[in-house]
Design a protein. Structure first.
Length: 254
């Protein structure tokens, strides 16, 4: 499961003639689509994504490509408000973040990253909204489908419908946080393996929503993170995907 802590959530329920739709249990088709959505990201090899990271002083917008075989991301980060000091290029894996500061970064990252000028640091596993968001987006690809039968048991529900960049999507909530707790370590391991999001090790999950197309394609994910004033929003297919050059420690999965 995407393992992040709670933040305020927004309602994204499509309004009809009778008012907002009421959350309900997933149908079999919806559970199957939610179960396969991370696997489709992996099958695609990579996805283009825009990551909106809120901050009390402004926020960060990362326009990137993510390779789900190597679990490597690469893109441009731009700040708003008081966060413009973070502007530049960014590369990351589940363990490492590299930043290349730029006063006027391009709209999209160059296909080949610069050979020098990078500053490396460990990816923080808690207390840093940016790193939590980076870890989450890497975890939205899996080499096998999740267990559709366990999703409703773990609290996944249908929330509503919405058009996302011309695609009609169903909005589905992730499993309830108590689904992680289980009865011990074995229960935790089974839960993490069988629900969308995997285990980013960034603390506990409370608020996850997926915007899923009719074929299971993931178009948007919204995640509440304790260190953020509002949910992080991940929008897919916002630009053209550009193959990501792996970091030395990022090894392709066969």
């Amino acid at each position: 499961m995407v393992c992040v802590a709670a933040a305020a959530t927004s309602a994204f329920i499509l309004l009809g003639d009778d008012g907002p739709a009421a959350p309900r249990a997933l149908t079999s088709d919806e559970a199957n689509r939610l179960a396969v959505t991370r696997f489709l990201n992996y099958q695609a090899g990579g996805r283009a994504v825009t990551i909106n990271v809120p901050n009390v002083d402004g926020g960060l917008i990362i326009t990137a490509s993510v390779d789900y075989r190597t679990h490597t991301g690469y893109g441009v980060v731009r700040g708003t408000g008081r966060d413009t000091s973070s502007d530049g290029l960014i590369r990351w894996t589940p363990t490492t973040v590299l930043v290349h500061p730029m006063a006027d970064p391009p709209a999209v990252a160059p296909a080949s990253p610069p050979a020098s000028g990078w500053y490396s640091r460990p990816l923080q596993t808690s207390g840093m909204t940016l790193d939590s968001a980076l870890a989450i987006v890497l975890d939205l690809g899996s080499d096998r489908p999740d267990n559709a039968a366990l999703l409703p048991q773990n609290g996944a529900t249908w929330v509503g419908q919405e058009q996302v960049r011309g695609h009609r999507t169903d909005i589905m909530s992730g499993p309830r946080p108590e689904a992680d707790s289980g009865a011990g370590a074995d229960a935790d391991a089974e839960s993490d393996a069988d629900v969308p999001g995997g285990d980013t090790s960034t603390s506990s999950s409370q608020s996850v929503r997926y915007w899923i197309g009719s074929d299971g394609t993931m178009y948007r994910v919204e995640v509440g993170i304790a260190s953020a004033p509002e949910p992080v929003v991940l929008d897919f297919d916002t630009q053209t995907y550009v193959p990501v050059e792996p970091l030395p420690e990022a090894t392709p999965t066969p």
